[in-house]
Design a protein around this ligand. Structure first.
Ligand code: SF4
Length: 286
């Protein structure tokens, strides 16, 4: 029988009451549990921000890194020990702004990292400034007259970069979020999970999302067609959640790294990688 407290941390999350990040935390613990993971098999890596306190609130290995830099740390961990399940968890400012370059290239390489971006369309920890997903016209501390900047569209961008698993979830439905994370954990390579996680203090969009969201699978959607995925992501009339696109046809970067090493993988043999491979890796991650 599964122990529901297996991933419970001794540290209580101190997010504002009602913060969407509570739903994401609950969903992640549930997904790990139902995927049969043990705490010593999982690392949660974060950046900086309210949501990036996540590694402290879950009983796994954890690394609370620099702003925008969870991906390089997560990729380094996965390359050093591919037996670990590596989850990166951070906010929209961290992953769609400051560190978005790392996310794009992780998608291109198909690094075996599961990235959960708690997207609340604002910088919460620093008390309400414009973020890369803030809307045109959104009033924040740094856009008191309304934003004049178009928001980024992370899902189509990551799909265009070669993303092999691209999904959106909503913290108001942690059960559905857990199912999506469970699928991501099974996926062969990089998974982006855009988790709509409202900031109740600085930009509360709960009511709006509750009115507009729908589940892709309820409409018979199948996530195997890239063109249809673009169309679904850009629905002007609602907020679809679920898996937009998924393919298991591409090997992950870490699998390919094992192949160039004569199938000897992981850990001890990494040092024996041919010099030419080491050089190209050094350039890739410089
Ligand atoms: Fe959550 Fe916003 Fe409070 Fe941060 S400021 S804990 S994002 S509700």
């Amino acid at each position: 029988m599964l122990d529901p407290k297996l991933f419970e941390s001794d540290t209580r999350a101190d997010w504002c009451p009602g913060c969407g990040d509570f739903g994401v935390l609950a969903a992640l613990k549930d997904a790990l549990l139902k995927s049969g993971k043990q705490p010593h098999e999982v690392v949660v890596v974060s950046g900086i921000g309210c949501s990036s306190n996540m590694p402290g609130y879950i009983r796994t290995y954890g690394f609370h890194g620099l702003h925008g830099r969870p991906m390089p740390v997560a990729i380094g961990i996965k390359c050093a020990n591919p037996r670990l399940t590596v989850v990166a968890a951070a906010g929209d400012g961290d992953e769609y702004g400051i560190g978005f370059n790392h996310v794009v290239h992780a998608a291109r390489r198909n690094d075996d990292i599961k990235l959960i971006v708690m997207n609340n369309e604002i910088y919460g920890l620093t008390t309400g400034q414009l973020s890369p997903t803030s809307r045109l016209g959104q009033k924040t501390k740094t856009s008191p007259e309304g934003s004049i900047i178009y928001p980024i569209k992370p899902l189509p961008t990551i799909l265009g970069a070669g993303g092999t698993f691209v999904a959106r979830t909503f913290s108001g439905d942690p059960k559905h979020m857990s199912l999506v994370i469970q699928e991501a954990l099974k996926h062969r390579g990089f998974a982006l999970i855009d988790a709509i996680s409202p900031c109740v203090t600085w930009h509360n969009i709960y009511d709006e999302v509750k009115k507009l969201f729908y589940k892709l699978e309820d409409r018979g959607y199948k996530p195997d067609d890239e063109q249809k995925a673009y169309e679904a992501m850009n629905d002007p009339n609602g907020i679809p959640i679920g898996i937009f696109y998924r393919t298991e046809d591409k090997a992950s970067f870490q699998e390919r790294l094992g192949e160039v090493n004569g199938g000897r993988w992981p850990v001890d043999e990494v040092k024996t990688l041919p010099e030419s491979v080491c050089r190209s890796l050094a350039l890739e991650f410089a």
